[in-house]
Design a protein around this ligand. Structure first.
Ligand SMILES: Nc1ncnc2c1ncn2[C@@H]1O[C@H](COP(=O)(O)OP(=O)(O)O)[C@@H](O)[C@H]1O
Ligand SMILES: CC(C)(COP(=O)(O)O)[C@@H](O)C(=O)NCCC(=O)O
Length: 337
């Protein structure tokens, strides 16, 4: 891909020293915006209000700037993947239907992954070649609170070890094996736990959008064990091995802290008042005391997880969507082909 004025990413020391060694092409906001085609954006203000995450100020012009080129690029990747599957099947002389194209959305708690994931799912479903799009969030694969407590992981919710990683891997493997029907468990932010018996059913969509903190994690070394006819065998597979395209939503951790605390305050005056809310105790106490507690959770849980586990996976993404302090995209980094 050639683009006038494209600069190299400052991500590697080699790039800083002037060598052309970054695996990313970096596009500034104005360069990315220039890629938007003249096709009308199939989204209304009412759609956007339903899709955007709590506290995310995204508006139609921002969707236009960021998501019009992004969905066009994604359609290009999907068409190419299908063409490759068709040619491979023809070469092998088999009649294989392409498996769902998996788009992963990664990044910190409160960075706005759900806005990105929901917008992409909605927009991709409007394209004639990909009408069937499903969205699954990895929180459904968190271990239930009772198990987290048993394992001393209550203050580690969102860390890789707080998930049933084998179940998540089996889910994605089944989707990418072309299984006609796969089920995912469901998490509730209200009760802050897995919903017993609830299932999200995925029936061979054209695209699966998979959103979660840890979707880009590599396999933990030497820990994962699979079974081969009852015999345990080491497996180095991870969810990221089944992803076709990934987006890392990136921002300054100080901005993300502010977004987390602002959202917490909004929830304190709305969702936390629900008698079923796990956080209802916060609804009744002064804002400053509740905010101090939320800041402590941010520091000890979410920021620590961002530093130790999530940010290190950024360089594995196909595209990094970098936001400024107002949630506006400031630059896009796209893996070189
Ligand atoms: N305590 C909560 N109560 C209700 N909804 C919540 C709570 N925490 C997060 N959410 C919602 O859950 C979704 C996922 O949040 P999060 O994992 O922080 O990812 P992100 O902010 O990157 O989308 C968001 O739509 C957010 O508004
Ligand atoms: C549920 C989450 C772990 C996110 O899960 P994901 O869908 O990214 O797998 C996160 O939103 C969360 O609730 N973290 C716990 C710490 C906190 O309450 O902020």
């Amino acid at each position: 891909m050639r683009h006038t004025g494209v600069v190299n990413s400052p991500m590697s020391p080699a790039a800083q020293s002037g060598a052309d060694a970054s695996p990313y092409i970096e596009l500034r906001r104005d360069q990315w915006r220039a890629l938007a085609s003249s096709a009308p954006l199939p989204l209304t203000q009412a759609d956007l209000e339903k899709l955007r995450g709590l506290g995310d100020p995204i508006d139609l012009p921002e969707v236009d700037v960021v998501y019009r080129p992004l969905t066009a690029l994604l359609e290009h990747f999907i068409t190419t993947a299908r063409e490759r599957a068709r040619r491979t099947a023809a070469f092998l002389g088999v009649d294989e239907r392409p498996t769902p194209f998996v788009v992963a959305v990664a990044g910190s708690v409160a960075v706005g992954k759900s806005t990105t994931a929901r917008l992409l799912a909605h927009l991709l479903a409007r394209f004639p070649d990909t009408p069937r799009v499903d969205l699954v969030t990895t929180d459904g694969f968190l271990l239930p609170n009772a198990v987290l407590e048993e394992r001393g992981l209550t203050a580690r919710k969102g860390f890789p070890e707080s998930y049933d990683q084998r179940a998540l891997l089996e889910f994605v493997t089944a989707v990418k094996s072309g299984a006609p029907r796969v089920e995912a468990p469901v998490y509730s932010h209200t009760v802050y736990d897995i919903v017993p018996g609830a299932k999200k059913v995925v029936e061979h969509p054209d695209v699966l959008v998979l959103e979660g903190l840890n979707v880009l994690q590599p396999a933990p070394r030497g820990r994962r064990v699979a079974r081969d006819g009852g015999r345990p065998v080491a497996s180095a597979l991870a969810v990221s091995d089944f992803i076709d395209f990934s987006i890392y939503v990136d921002a300054d951790p100080e901005d993300i802290r502010r977004w987390y605390l602002d959202r917490f305050l909004t929830l304190k005056h709305t969702a936390f008042r629900d008698p079923d809310s796990y956080f209802r105790r916060y609804a009744a106490i002064p804002d400053d005391i509740a905010l101090a507690a939320a800041n402590e959770v941010w520091e000890s849980v979410n920021l620590t997880n961002l530093r130790e586990n999530i940010a290190p996976t950024r360089g594995r993404a196909t595209i990094v969507l970098r936001k400024d302090s107002n949630h506006h995209m400031s630059r896009m980094l796209l893996r070189k082909a």
